[in-house]
Design a protein around this ligand. Structure first.
Ligand code: MN
Length: 716
């Protein structure tokens, strides 16, 4: 275990202004918090956060990140709370620790490889600060190094797969090559131990046979370069078993043919020397075709720069050469942490912690590689998405602002159509709730449910919206068809004719309708009149009617006398207000009111009370009038009545009103003060009632109150 002063000294060596006090306090806090807990290895638990901090010092990260590393498991695994951390270490560290804790909670949910890309995006989205991701990667690296202590094979395998699919690619994405290579190789050892063993055996064999080829190649390369006046550091290494394995799979070759198992890095002083080195190597040795890549002039999106080439080198060994400057080398090994370090000249000044994050985003933004740019770069790109889980742990990726309805449609169209409720993180929540990153969402469905038009107002995904619209259109059409048929039946019957589908089929062409159903829907929606259809089927009606129309009673008069619509009106019962029939907003008809329907072209029927003033507008259009009656099914429904009150402006008057309405079993759904004077004010109240009788009772009760000056049913 690293000792306290060693850790502090290491950080101070690269960050002279390090928060020494904070580091010391974090060390002691974490050690005490983890107390006597132990790891699977039998080591004290505290050795883990300490090792994680140690790994991170190699990347020269700032002291806030090291402090976070020391504290990263305290919230999840000890009695320490987020408030404790904030109180002792401030907002910045608290935020970072919170970020790592959230990532830790999430990793156990799923291991499906097909969702790996989603998971990677998710981790990026959760790591709003790149330092959160750095701590998480170091945490994972140490857990992988100690993976063999875990006794359950299936748990080891799950962690290894997760590392291979999610964390190693993330390390690569932010430019941490060594971290990526080690994570991959540790995961490979767990996932495919036999393959790894056989590669290692073969490597050993080659090593024995070659008698230290690497060393001889290094010496020869160094001599060659110094002859040309280039001061170079040559580092030789065998590739990791996993990178050899991957190459074997990619190229579909056996280990025998795969000879470039050695890679050499030539590290020189300047970019100029890089190209000189390349020239020297290419003229001294035979070049392996198609292996040259210039990542200096075009860096990789993660900031990586080097020249790559393959040569048949000293001893005719096929080797890979990576040529780079010292700075490029540091970045390749350490990613953005190293890059930042270079830019700052190794000195972190007070308050500049965020420079590092900005620098990184800057590099990402200006990185080349157009396809990779979109897919792999800016962290912020994922901030406008939310990632939620199904109860089974599948990840669903949604745009920002998405609701459980969007989630349901994303799972399956059927689930969306049938959803009646949602549980977010185990609690029942409204379908209109906005989902947040990491939410676990369970959709409650019912076979009886159908998409609701109100959903359209809050869904944000195209899939949900189009399904809901499609359903509304279908349902509307069905209602129009049903309504149209009723209108036709009545019109035909009034004139003593029978309505038959056969009769209607004969006139489809005249109205340019493909089928009888379409014709009925057109009548229902008001595009074609019932009379028009009748006269088309029985032309004789027309002449007879023209005769009669001379003595027709104007509708308005017929109405004022009897309250009934005249001859042209059609009586409809048994239809329920829905998409094809609307209750007018001007007069708020209630069951029990005498009502009349007005056909509005393209919108079906609007129902008004018989004394509604609006009806005057239609008195010369008898073909629009329908005599409608309330359906008895409506009795159980709740309807909205509107009343207009004039109330004295005294304390407690409004309270009294609501008490009276509640006592009459009415429910206030809306209240609007329209006119406020010193002595009285005018109020409009929408009350939910059963029918007109109920509303009358409410009004009578209000009238009895001394606070109420006048009360009426509101019109218009
Ligand atoms: Mn940990």
């Amino acid at each position: 275990m690293i000792r306290q002063f060693e850790l502090v000294e290491t950080v101070k060596a690269y960050e002279p202004g390090a928060d020494e006090d904070g580091l010391n306090r974090a060390y002691v806090f974490a050690m005490k918090a983890h107390g006597s807990q132990t790891r699977a290895s039998g080591d004290p638990y505290f050795s883990h956060p300490l090792e994680v901090a140690g790994i991170l010092t190699r990347y020269k990260v700032d002291s806030a990140t090291i402090i976070t590393a020391l504290l990263h498991d305290t919230i999840e695994d000890t009695s320490a709370t987020a408030e404790d951390i904030r109180g002792m270490f401030g907002d910045e560290v608290a935020r970072l620790v919170d970020g790592v804790t959230k990532l830790t909670r999430i990793e156990f949910q799923s291991d499906q490889a097909k969702q790996a890309e989603n998971f990677r995006k998710f981790v990026l989205a959760m790591s709003e600060d790149i330092r959160v991701l750095l701590v998480k990667l170091a945490d994972r690296l140490h857990n992988m190094r100690t993976l063999h202590f875990i006794s359950k094979p299936e748990k080891r395998l799950r962690i290894a797969n997760e590392t291979m699919d999610i964390y190693a690619p993330l390390a690569e994405r932010i430019g941490m090559q060594t971290m990526k290579a080690e994570l991959e190789d540790l995961a490979f050892a767990e996932i495919n131990p036999d393959a790894r063993k056989s590669i290692l055996r073969r490597l050993n064999f080659l090593r024995d046979k070659g008698e230290d080829v690497i060393l001889r190649v290094i010496i020869e390369l160094k001599d060659l370069l110094s002859e040309h006046g280039i001061n170079a550091q040559v580092i030789g290494r065998e590739k990791t078993p996993y990178s050899i394995w991957r190459k074997m799979q990619k190229k579909d070759v056996g280990f025998e043919q795969l000879s470039d198992i050695m890679a050499f890095r030539v590290v020189v002083d300047s970019v100029d020397d890089c190209y000189k080195t390349l020239g020297v190597a290419h003229s001294a040795y035979q070049v392996v075709p198609d292996r040259f890549k210039d990542y200096i002039s075009t860096r990789k999106p993660n900031g990586y720069q080097s020249l790559h080439t393959g040569i048949f080198g000293p001893e005719r060994q096929r080797i890979e050469l990576q040529i780079r400057t010292h700075e490029m080398h540091e970045i390749a090994e350490g990613g953005f942490a190293a890059h930042w370090n270079y830019k700052q000249g190794g000195e972190l000044k007070e308050g500049k912690q965020y420079r590092w994050l900005r620098d990184m985003l800057d590099i990402l933004e200006h990185a080349a590689g157009p396809e990779e740019f979109l897919e792999h770069t800016k962290l912020e790109m994922f901030q406008d998405q939310v990632f939620c889980f199904t109860p089974r742990g599948d990840l669903i990726n949604l745009p920002h602002g998405a609701t459980p309805v969007d989630f349901a449609y994303a799972v399956h169209s059927e689930v969306g159509d049938r959803c009646v409720g949602s549980k977010i993180n185990g609690r029942m929540m409204p379908l209109r709730s906005q989902l947040r990153n990491g939410d676990q969402v369970e959709i409650v469905t019912s076979k009886a449910q159908t998409p609701s038009p109100t959903w359209e107002r809050f869904v944000v995904t195209g899939k949900a919206r189009s399904r809901i619209r499609r359903f509304i259109r279908l349902q509307e059409r069905e209602e129009y068809e049903k309504l149209g048929r009723s209108i036709l039946q009545r019109v035909f019957k009034d004139e003593g004719y029978d309505l038959t589908d056969k009769g209607l089929s004969g006139i489809l062409k005249k109205f340019a309708q493909p089928a009888v159903e379409d014709l009925c829907a057109q009548v229902g929606s008001g595009h074609i009149t019932g009379r028009g259809v009748l006269e088309a089927v029985f032309p004789a009606v027309k002449s007879k009617n023209d005769e009669q129309n001379k003595n027709v009673v104007p509708i308005s008069k017929a109405r004022s006398k009897s309250g009934k619509v005249g001859k042209d009106g059609v009586s409809i019962t048994g239809l329920i207000p829905g998409m094809a029939m609307h209750l007018a907003a001007c007069c708020h008809p209630l069951p029990g009111d005498r009502i009349v329907g007005i056909v509005v072209t393209g919108k079906g029927i609007t129902i008004h009370t018989i004394d509604c003033d609006i009806l005057e507008t239609f008195h010369d259009q008898p073909e629009r009038w329908l005599d409608v009656a309330w359906d008895s099914d409506l009795a159980s429904d709740i309807h909205q009545g509107r009343i207009h009150l004039s109330v004295s402006n005294t304390p407690g008057a409004l309270g009294e009103l609501s008490t009276i309405i509640a006592k009459s079993n009415g429910n206030i759904s809306n209240l609007k003060i329209v006119n406020r004077a010193q002595d009285f004010f005018d109020i409009l109240i929408d009350v939910e009632v059963k029918d007109v009788k109920h509303l009358t009772e409410v009004i009578a009760a209000l009238r009895a109150s001394p606070a109420v000056n006048s009360v009426d049913r509101a019109r218009g």
